[in-house]
Design a protein around this ligand. Structure first.
Ligand code: TNX
Length: 488
């Protein structure tokens, strides 16, 4: 093995003499309070070994008795690197040792260990891990995936499967695009008519769907166990036909609009001068903030070509203010940079509007990088690919990999970059197989851009590691795409 099967590639990985052999008797030994992390590690190692791997709560003692089985020890080390995402992973004749200053770092260490172990596993046999010392920490704090559940609803099992894949790639933000012209996807107590009237539609006329509060909680809690924060998006003041269809008072004539199941953008808008608009925005954004619990709420803010800028800015400010009142930080797509109202600006369209992003960043906004030509996983891989859109061209795997966040906006202070997010819009995604075909392997490519140091990334090397980690997706039955540029 020349290249270790780690993706994203760590800051440093130095081969050590010796090796660790995991097999019958191997135990995960960890301090109390790490349950979701240790349970997942033990379950996956057990599956790879074909024998159960128990978890023992312990804080001291040797990693392995001479001649006895090899153990995997997780250790919290308060003196470790101050970055709570940093970790070290040491494999040698004494066993496997993961250290970090907190749970997040240990979780990352276990996902790296699982990649090493699963790549060399043959079911039912012991696993020999090569001696190595990995020292690692992410480049950016925000490593996200946006899933559009509005154009085509994605059910809870699908979202939970997405979370598992994300965790293995050390991604830590799931941005759910919960509303758009074609559908509304969360049941709210403050406005039950949204789900009642607007959740049963989606692009192409399918059945749609929506999450109950309990289902959303399941998603949020599962994500938290995997170290992932859910960022809900309620897209305003455009992309709002599902709201206008459900709530007549949001329209000047008081009449609900027709449902919409096409894929045009930019035709719907809220009205700042209607008395129902502001209370509606406050109710909805406050309830969504409470339901998801995380520190951020995304207010959308994209593509309002026909709305006067003054009205657009007024509505974005109302939404941002409601989010702040709920003690959350507002995020918006790059158009919202013109309002000065959001804390995080998400860049997507490199064709126009980027000057306002530079200005917002100078005024203190953080910038999240989702440049469409590299991170829009709903764009086709190539002209022949059966799914996907083409408005910003095609996104071959290599193009999702070979770019750098610091090069996206010339003149932007690199220190203003909060991170990177891949986006999967679902106009053409009608089932989980479609989702995986577009998301994988490109999500892995973007994950490495978000995590790994720029000068550690190398396409030739990444091709080998992508092939290694794709075995996991195959084992899980995910319909990922065997792109022509990798020897899978
Ligand atoms: C642009 S990106 C959109 C979405 C579409 C997507 C399709 C953004 C903020 N708006 O409404 O679904 O392109 O690629």
């Amino acid at each position: 093995m020349t290249t270790l099967p780690l993706l994203p590639i760590p800051r440093s990985a130095v081969r050590l003499p010796g090796s660790a052999v995991l097999g019958p008797g191997t135990t995960v030994i960890a301090p109390a309070g790490l349950e979701p992390v240790t349970a997942r590690l033990a379950r996956r190692l057990g599956a790879a070994l074909g024998t159960p791997v128990p978890v023992r709560t312990d804080t001291a003692g040797p990693a392995a008795a001479p001649g006895g089985p090899t153990h995997v020890r997780l250790v919290l080390d308060a003196t470790a690197d101050g970055d709570d995402e940093a970790y070290t992973l040491t494999v040698d004749d004494a066993g496997v040792l993961a250290t970090a200053s907190g749970t997040t770092g240990l979780r990352h260490a276990t996902t790296a260990l699982l990649q090493l172990a699963e790549a060399s596993a043959t079911h039912g046999a012991a696993i020999t891990l090569p001696g190595v010392r990995v020292e690692d920490a992410p480049r950016y704090p925000w490593r996200g995936f946006m899933l559009d559940v509005a154009r085509h609803f994605q059910d809870v099992p699908t979202v939970l499967a997405v979370l598992e894949v994300m965790a293995d790639l050390r991604l830590n933000r799931l941005h759910l695009h919960l509303s758009d012209d074609q559908g509304w996807r969360v049941a709210l107590e403050s406005h039950p008519e949204l789900a009642e009237r607007s959740s049963g539609t989606e692009v192409g006329g399918g059945p749609g769907g929506c999450y109950s509060a309990a289902e959303l909680r399941t998603i949020v809690e599962t994500a938290a166990d995997l170290g992932i924060v859910v960022v809900p998006e309620i897209d305003v003041p455009g992309h709002v036909n599902a709201m206008l269809h459900a709530v007549g008072e949001l329209n000047p004539d008081g009449m609900p609009t027709d449902a919409y199941t096409g894929i045009e953008v930019g035709f719907s808008g809220l009205h700042a001068d209607l008395p129902a608009t502001e209370p509606f925005l406050r109710d909805v954004l406050t309830e969504v903030a409470t339901l998801t619990g995380g520190p951020w709420v995304h207010l959308g803010g994209d593509e309002c070509p026909t709305m006067a800028h003054a009205e657009y800015a007024q509505l974005v400010r109302v939404a941002a203010d409601a989010i702040r009142s709920a003690e959350r930080a507002p995020i918006g797509w790059q158009e919202a940079a013109t309002t000065g109202a959001v804390d995080v600006v998400q860049v997507w369209d490199l064709r126009s509007g980027t000057d306002a992003v530079l200005t917002a960043a100078r005024d203190g906004a953080r910038v999240l990088m989702s440049p469409a030509p590299h991170t829009y996983l709903d764009l086709k891989y190539d002209a022949d690919f059966p799914l996907g859109l083409e408005w910003a061209g095609h996104v071959p795997l290599r193009q999702a990999y070979e770019w750098d966040p610091e090069d996206v906006l010339p003149g932007l202070d690199p220190g203003a970059i909060e991170g990177v997010e891949a986006c999967l819009w679902t106009e053409t995604v009608t089932c989980p197989d479609d989702l995986w075909a577009l998301a994988l392997p490109r999500l892995a490519a973007v994950a490495e851009v978000a995590w790994s140091p720029r000068d550690s990334r190398d396409w030739a090397d990444a091709r080998e590691r992508l092939a290694d980690i794709a075995r996991r997706w195959t084992a899980d039955g995910l319909a990922w795409t065997r792109t022509p540029d990798v020897d899978w």
